[in-house]
Design a binder for this molecule. Structure first.
Ligand code: SF4
Ligand code: SF4
Length: 194
């Protein structure tokens, strides 16, 4: 069989070496579905699993629909960090919630776009994190597309709920009241007991 050599311009050539750099340097933005799955897998209460972080803690487009209006300004839902890394990064350098990890982590290290048929039509490596990937294997594009489609649908459902929340908060502010707290947002998302 003819040995294939990596095309240096193709992002399809990628093998994760499990260095954990993205779990130190990155901060995965998540949805309520991710939070629910993580809480179920770990048994952790929401405040120990996820965080709502301010823009000083995350580089994230201001126009993204993930921004949640709270009494302390806009926040984004992420996994919780401690000691400069994701709380779920194990001492062995591996993700301790691998089966339940957020969709963002499953789709890392790519930025992607889907076409009208739900196939990935554009794929590029996300910059900014010193990913130590090897380029001696290729990813399964069909499997990646399926995952991206599922993430797209989950994200749309989350963004819709965030929009409803944000519109409510903006109405409160227009009426001269304070926006509600991040904790109330978690309750609204069904992540806290009532
Ligand atoms: S959830 Fe797992 S894969 Fe995602 S940042 Fe945390 S340790 Fe890394
Ligand atoms: S930084 Fe890259 S090689 Fe390292 S764990 Fe993350 S995806 Fe894998």
């Amino acid at each position: 069989m003819k040995k294939r050599t990596p095309n240096p311009f193709s992002p399809l050539w990628f093998r994760c070496v499990a260095c954990g750099t993205c779990c130190h340097e990155g901060l995965p933005v998540i949805t309520d579905a991710d939070a629910r799955r993580i809480m179920k897998a770990t048994g952790l209460p929401v405040e120990e699993a996820v965080a709502l972080v301010a823009d000083r803690a995350i580089e994230f487009p201001k126009s993204a629909p993930d921004w949640v209006v709270t009494d302390r300004g806009p926040r984004v839902l992420t996994v919780r960090r401690r000691g400069g890394k994701c709380v779920f990064l194990g001492a062995d350098g591996h993700c301790s919630i691998y089966e339940a990890r957020p969709d963002t982590c499953r789709l890392y290290p790519y930025a992607w776009e889907l076409d009208a048929k739900g196939r990935v039509r554009r794929l590029s490596f996300i910059s900014g994190i010193r990913c130590r990937r090897e380029r001696d294997a290729t990813i399964d594009l069909a499997a990646y597309s399926a995952l991206a489609r599922q993430e797209d649908a989950t994200f749309d459902a989350y963004a819709f709920k965030v929009q409803i929340w944000n519109e409510d908060q903006q109405r409160r502010v227009r009426a001269g009241r304070r926006a509600e707290t991040a904790r109330e947002f978690l309750r609204f998302m069904g992540l806290l007991g009532t």
